[in-house]
Design a protein around this ligand. Structure first.
Ligand code: TMP
Length: 242
């Protein structure tokens, strides 16, 4: 196979061009960062697990009518995706209070949020991915009002599908981050990944606060057993599917 052109290398993934302009390759690395890369490490096998989890969730969403950038997953570490122009917003959906919401508002960890919160963060590492308001999105001219309304609608419907699915795996979907992009024809599609790196997932079979964490908070908070948390998420998903 011809040498592939690297288009972009992020903290956890690399994007390559292929000979086919309609197909890009996402390569999932084991590198892990937190707090805007101030904390760095590796999580053994994370790339394979995140690729498998994302693949499963993209297929599930596609089957329920959500358009994503996913095309195929040809091997353990690689996903073929459609080229998109990424909307520079990180869309966070919260079902229970955790993380920055608790720190910034004083809400207690685990407080139910009904209806779920949908928040928009500026995808900009130099600025530290700040939380935006609709007025700020307009002022910075990141996305039109119609796009923001559509992102909110898609994020809420994706949340409903994922929350129900994880619940059937005895996992609580606490919160998660989504990224979207536009195809050449302007269609808005779900992009990036959905994995234990980008979700908070709590094991419903554990009551202990630190033991129930199955996601990147194990790495962020130095809780140990990071890989086994990730692996258990994948095992539950696969057990539920087969
Ligand atoms: P937060 O509570 O730190 O704002 O995170 C909310 C959710 O977004 C959580 O599931 C983790 C995810 N997330 C990312 O995927 N990437 C990020 O850079 C951050 C800050 C959060």
């Amino acid at each position: 196979m011809a040498e592939r052109k690297k288009l972009y290398e992020g903290k956890a993934k690399i994007l390559y061009a292929t000979e086919d302009p309609a197909v890009l390759v996402t390569y999932f690395k084991d590198d892990a960062t937190a707090f805007n890369a101030q904390k760095r490490g590796t999580i053994a096998n994370k790339g394979c697990i995140n690729n498998a989890v994302s693949t499963h969730l993209f297929k599930l969403l596609e089957a329920q009518g959500v358009t994503t950038h996913w095309i195929a997953s040809p091997n353990e570490r690689e996903m073929w995706v459609k080229p998109v122009t990424i909307v520079p917003l990180e869309v966070v959906v919260r079902n229970l209070a955790a993380g920055s919401l608790c720190r910034q508002t004083g809400l207690a960890l685990g407080t139910p949020l009904t209806p779920p919160l949908v928040e928009f963060y500026y995808k900009n590492d130099d600025l530290g991915d700040p939380l935006l308001t609709c007025d700020r999105i307009r002022a910075v001219d990141i996305a039109s009002d119609d796009t923001v309304t559509e992102l909110d609608r898609m994020a809420r419907s994706i949340n409903q599908i994922l929350k129900d699915f994880f619940n059937s795996c005895s996992i609580t979907l606490v919160d998660f981050k989504l990224e979207f992009g536009t195809l050449a024809d302007g269609t808005l599609v779900l992009a990036d990944e959905i994995s234990p790196d980008t979700c908070r997932l709590w094991n419903q079979e554990e009551t202990d606060e630190s033991r129930r964490v199955m996601d990147k908070d194990r790495f962020r908070q130095d809780l140990g057993d990071v890989e086994s948390g990730y692996q258990q998420v994948l095992d539950r998903i696969l057990a539920h599917t087969n």
